[in-house]
Design a protein around this ligand. Sequence first.
Ligand code: HEC
Ligand code: HEC
Length: 455
Amino acid sequence: MTRQMRWVSLLSLAAAVAVGAVGCLGQDQDDNSDTTTQVGALLGDTLPGTNGTTFAAAKANFVATESAADGLGPIFNQNACASCHQNGATGGAGQNIEQRYGTILNGTFNSLASTGGSLRQLFGIGGFNVGGLNCNSGVDNNPAAGATLFAGRLTTPLFGLGLVDSLPDSSFSTLASREPAAIRGTPRIVPIALPNPLDSSQVTGGTRVGRFGWKANVPSLAQFSADAYLNEMGITTTSCIHGTVNTAFATENRANRAPTNAIINGCPDDAVPGVDDDLGAETNSCAGGLTELEDDVANFTFFMAHLAPPPQVAITAGSSQDRGRTLFNSSTLMCSGCHRSDADIFVSTSAGGIQAGIAFQPFSDFLVHDMGTAADQIGLNDGDSVASTRLMRTAPLWGLRSRNLKFHDGRTSDIATAVRDHNGGSLGQGTAAAAAFGALSSSQQSDLVNYLNTL
Ligand code: HEC
Ligand code: HEC
C-alpha cells in the first residue's frame, strides 16, 4: 500500500465500509437456530440454543463503524470488525491482508517495537485540535528502518470458533499424541491476558492453549476481541475480572510506538480525549468483586462464540468428492494427520457459555507445526528462536470454499496452489504432503480439490 493510500480520508473509508456492511447483512439475514447438523445450514447461522435477540445486538456491534469520536485511532487498520471479516457472511474471512515485520537480531527474532512492529497500523486519524493544541496521529513508517522480515496475514473466518474456544487444554495434547512423529504438532501454551469470565478455568496471568490466529497465539475469543479492538481499530478497553481492573488492552498504540506523547507535542492519544471505552462509567469501578467484560468486547465475544460451523456439502458415494475424501484421509497424503476432525475430541463443552455436546469437524488440530520456509518467519515476542518463527497453526479447512484467498499471506485463490505451497524445504513438516500431492495424477488432484470444496 502506498503512502498516499494510507492517507485516504476517513470519510471515504467510512462510506466504502457502509456499502460493504449493507451487502453483508443482505446475504445474512437468516437466524436459523434449530439445526444440530452442519449439512444444509447457512453460513452465518447461529449455534442451537442461541438467544436471537442477544445475537442480533452483538452482531450489530460487530458490524458497527467507529469514528474518532468513538475512540477510533490514533492509528488503526479498519473502522469495524465486519469491514475485514465478511467473506460469505458477516464474520467470514476477508481480503484484508495485514502487514507484519521484524528482523533477526543477535540470532533471535526482534519485532522492532520502537518503530511500530510487528503489526503495522496503516491509517491514522490525521490532524486534530485539542485544547488549542494542533495534534497529529501520524502513521507507522513503511517500511520500517531495519526490518528484514515482512509477512502478510490474511483475515481468517470466525464461524464455529466458539466450539473450539470451549475445548479444554487436554484436547490439544491428546491430538498431538495421536499424530505421527514426522508431522506432530505442538500445543502453543500462552499467557491469559484477559480471561473469559464465563469459563472458570481461565484466570488473568494463567495459561491456556493458544488456538486462535495463524500462529495460534491467542487463547480465547474474549481476549482476541479486546486485542483486535485495540490493535486493528485503536479502541482501548478495560474489564473487571473478580473485582480487579484488567488493563491489558487499555494502552493506545502510537505511530511507530513513540515512547511518550512528546513526539506529538503533549497531545492526547485521541481526537476526543476520554471517549475510549476504558473510560466508560461501568468499568471505572470494579467494586464488589464485579466480573464483566467491557460491553463491546462482551458483544464481539458473544457474536463469534455463537456462530455455527460452516455448512458442509453432502457427498454422494462414488463421486469425485468421495474419491477426494479417501485421498485426504490416506496414509500417502496424510492431510488428515494435521487437518483433523477426531469425533471424540471435537464436541463442545459448556465452558465460555457454549452449549455442551455439539459435534463439529474443523479439519484442524489447532496445533502449531514447523512449516520451514513456507512459514511467515515472524515471532511472537522479542528473543524468540528462529525455529519458533517457523511455527504455523494448521489452518482449519471448514468453509474453505467461502474464502476468496488462501494461505497465511493470501497469496492465492487456488486451492491446489495452497496445497503445493506446503513445501517448506527440508525442515518443513508439510513438505511430504506437498510432494505426495504433486505425485498424484491430475484427475486425482481434482478429486482432492473437489472434496476440499465440500468442507
Ligand atoms: C483490519 C482488518 C481486521 C479487523 C478490523 C478485524 N480483524 Fe479480526 N482478523 C484479521 C486478520 C488479518 C486476522 C488473522 C490475524 C493473525 O493471525 O495474525 C484476524 C483474526 C481474527 C480472529 C482469529 C480467528 C482464527 O482463525 O483463529 C478473531 C477471533 C478475530 N479476528 C476477531 C476480530 C474482532 C472481534 C474484530 C473487531 C474488534 C476484528 N477481528 C477486527 C483482520 C481484522
Ligand atoms: C504438517 C501438518 C500439515 C499437513 C500434513 C497438511 N497441512 Fe495443510 N496446512 C497446514 C498448515 C500449518 C497450514 C497453514 C499454512 C500457512 O498458511 O502458513 C495449512 C494450510 C492448508 C490450506 C490453506 C487453508 C487456508 O485457509 O488458507 C489448505 C487448502 C490445506 N492446508 C490443505 C492440505 C491438504 C490437501 C493436505 C494433504 C495433501 C495438507 N493440507 C496437509 C498443515 C498441514
